[in-house]
Design a protein around this ligand. Structure first.
Ligand SMILES: Cc1cc2nc3c(=O)[nH]c(=O)nc-3n(C[C@H](O)[C@H](O)[C@H](O)COP(=O)(O)OP(=O)(O)OC[C@H]3O[C@@H](n4cnc5c(N)ncnc54)[C@H](O)[C@@H]3O)c2cc1C
Length: 269
């Protein structure tokens, strides 16, 4: 009933004392939601929690079928889905494009996050972690020293590590059960970093078909894919020109720019 333009405010530095340095105050203000959607920077209609099950185009108009049975019409479509998901949507109308998208290979990874008391470590953790060379006989791919990289992710006096397992070299490990994955991660950390302590917390996450592989010839393939896209169809995301978040954001910005250009062209005609 209040005429406020914000939904809520968390006094974060009181709620989570580790999130602010001593002597500082951190507040988190929530804007948007059903009462004040106009204050969210994005306008238009945002549909979440719905999958696209079909995509066809006729006379320059795209029709998307959604998994709740509804349909959307659009002048332009940006597919930010994994290449194999985009291929499935394009198979009927653009089989050559779909085949080239399907050729982008994906692998799966698992991450094991381990939390310790800092006092259990002799290692200074004076870096962001390590990546293991392909020639090394290791069963893990990398380890991020998360509490060093993102200091707010662990309370003072504790350490958080994130071990990456699977990927192109040992994808079979991803489907091991949680206990086996934690054991594998701990054995490798003992061998590499000398950690023998029992973790206070261990969490396993699996990322199936989440890592596109840029095989030799990838950029040529992407050029061909883009050349095969009909006007108004734009592909973006980690499958194409960079997997890191900054790359994905940059590609998203370019995709948005192309939609604006497409709109300007349509209006001019
Ligand atoms: C374990 C792991 C750790 C990583 N760590 C880092 C890191 O530290 N730093 C970094 O820069 N990068 C990191 N990356 C890489 C980065 O996170 C990814 O490359 C990036 O998030 C990919 O974004 P995206 O939007 O292209 O794809 P995604 O995030 O995969 O988004 C694709 C979306 O499409 C949706 N979708 C699929 N099919 C349909 C459909 N039919 N209809 C509607 N929606 C659909 C999916 O639900 C999904 O939400 C990491 C990746 C992994 C897997």
């Amino acid at each position: 009933t209040e005429p406020a333009r914000i939904l809520a405010c968390t006094w974060t530095s009181t709620k989570f004392t580790h999130r602010a340095q001593p002597g500082t105050v951190l507040l988190r203000v929530f804007i948007g939601g059903p009462r004040s959607e106009q204050h969210v920077a994005l306008d238009g209609t945002i549909l979440t929690g719905r999958g696209v099950t079909s995509l066809r185009s006729e006379g320059g108009v795209y029709t998307l079928g959604l998994d709740d049975g509804t349909q959307l019409e659009a002048d332009a479509v940006v597919l930010a889905t994994p290449a194999y998901a985009s291929a499935a949507l394009l198979q009927a109308g653009h089989p050559l494009l779909a085949d080239k998208l399907s050729a982008i290979r994906y692998v799966s990874t698992a991450t094991v996050s381990l939390g310790y008391n800092a006092s259990d470590f002799e290692h200074p953790l004076n870096g962001f972690g390590f990546v293991i060379a392909r020639t090394e006989p290791s069963r893990i791919l990398a380890c991020t020293w998360t509490s060093t990289k993102f200091t707010h992710r662990a309370r003072p006096g504790t350490v958080l590590l994130r071990v990456f397992i699977g990927g192109p070299r040992s994808e079979q490990h991803v489907t091991l059960d949680d206990q086996a994955l934690v054991a594998l991660a701990r054995e490798e950390l003992q061998r590499i970093m000398g950690i023998t302590a029992e973790p206070m917390v261990a969490r396993v996450f699996r990322w199936f078909r989440s890592n596109p592989q840029y095989d030799v010839g990838h950029l040529d393939r992407v050029d061909e894919i883009e050349a095969l896209c009909p006007p108004g169809l734009i592909l973006t995301g980690s499958a194409y020109r960079g997997v890191g978040l900054p790359d994905c954001i940059h590609q998203g910005q370019l995709a948005a720019q192309r939609v604006i250009e497409r709109r300007a062209e349509s209006t001019a005609q």
